[in-house]
Design a binder for this molecule. Structure first.
Ligand code: SF4
Length: 338
């Protein structure tokens, strides 16, 4: 157990957690919504510091991040629990859990050990992914500081529900912010993730880019009948254009039936292509399909001269037209971190 960093003490030994936008008020002995923070006698503890559920060396494209150190390998870590309870969660075995995970057995990897492993595996950076990184915020903060001291890049793969003050705490040590925007309505967030007040996700993503200079890419997993309507897709694309800029990549990914959404079919490829068209129409320069192997819209094409900058097939990456952040052929800015 590790004392939480961002909370306040309230009368009656209650506490208020400020790590994520739930801002849970927790009575003594009780857990927060994420079930990973417990109030013990008026002190808030994280139960999953350094407790690892998943560890792998991944291509950065798997996050997905297409404009951030393309072709690099990233050391990837996930823990237990989540602050969202999404019906379509692909990783529900690790996200839908409670403190009993400690009794079932778990692997402990200290921040020092994680950085050592990252370097030993010849990875250029480290990512907290698979479930919400804010859920073990203190661990990611300690690890991110060490990563930067060791010349590694750092990545959050996040649902974006972290508070502005938590973001500001880790902001100096975080390079990339890969955020889900799951839809564009109260109804969608409520039905899919049991979350209200979701618009804070948008504000914090903008803050990550504008205040901290993080590289931001947005993912929307398109689920038939849930968020595949014109209004939501256009809403997301327009928000990206106006708040993050037209060079911000948007990944529209294919849903496959999972967890509590086994009754829905996989997303038709035509729906993804329609979402791409909406993004392009609105003015986004880089819209990618995901989870459709070999689709042409996995490639990065220069919006100015039309040449291929990066070819992709699955996780195979072929960098053919890139010079630093720009198109090698015409010099257009491709918003690429290399
Ligand atoms: S991290 Fe979020 S869900 Fe968990 S206790 Fe804190 S405010 Fe609640």
């Amino acid at each position: 157990m590790h004392e939480s960093l961002l909370y306040e003490k309230l009368p009656g030994s209650r506490v208020k957690c400020h790590t994520c936008q739930w801002r849970c008020t927790i009575s003594p002995g009780k857990l927060g919504v994420c079930k990973m923070h417990r109030n013990l006698d008026g002190i808030l503890y994280g139960l999953n510091y350094a407790e690892v559920s998943s560890v792998a060396v991944d291509p950065i494209e798997k996050k997905p991040l297409f404009h951030f150190f393309p072709g690099s390998q990233v050391f990837s870590l996930g823990t237990w629990g989540c602050n969202f309870h999404c019906k379509h969660c692909q990783n529900w075995q690790i996200s839908c859990t409670d403190p009993s995970f400690l009794e079932r057995g778990t692997r402990t990897i200290s921040p020092e050990a994680a950085i050592e492993m990252t370097k030993r595996q010849n990875c250029q950076g480290i990512a907290w992914t698979y479930n919400e990184p804010a859920i073990w915020f203190e661990y990611t903060l300690d690890s991110a500081k060490l990563a930067k001291e060791n010349g590694l890049y750092t990545v959050y793969v996040t649902n974006g529900f972290i508070t502005p003050e938590a973001l500001d705490t880790i902001g100096p040590y975080l390079d990339a912010y890969r955020v889900d925007v799951k839809g564009f309505s109260d109804k969608l967030y409520r039905e899919l993730a049991k979350v209200s007040g979701w618009r804070g996700v948008l504000e914090v993503a903008e803050r990550a880019q504008k205040k901290w200079g993080m590289h931001v890419e947005v993912v929307t997993n398109i689920i038939p009948t849930m968020n595949d309507d014109e209004e939501q897709l256009e809403g997301i694309a327009t928000w990206i254009r106006d708040s993050l800029g037209g060079l911000t990549p948007w990944h529209v990914t294919r849903f496959y039936p999972q967890h509590q959404m086994l009754h829905l079919p996989p997303t038709p490829v035509s729906t993804l292509e329609h979402a791409c068209a909406i993004g392009k129409r609105v003015g986004l320069r880089f819209v990618y399909t995901g989870n459709v192997h070999g689709h042409a819209s996995e490639n990065t094409i220069c919006y100015s001269c039309g040449n291929l900058a990066i070819g992709r097939r699955g996780y195979y990456t072929d960098i053919v037209g890139l010079e630093d952040s720009r198109c090698r052929f015409c010099g257009a800015d491709l918003n690429m971190r290399t």
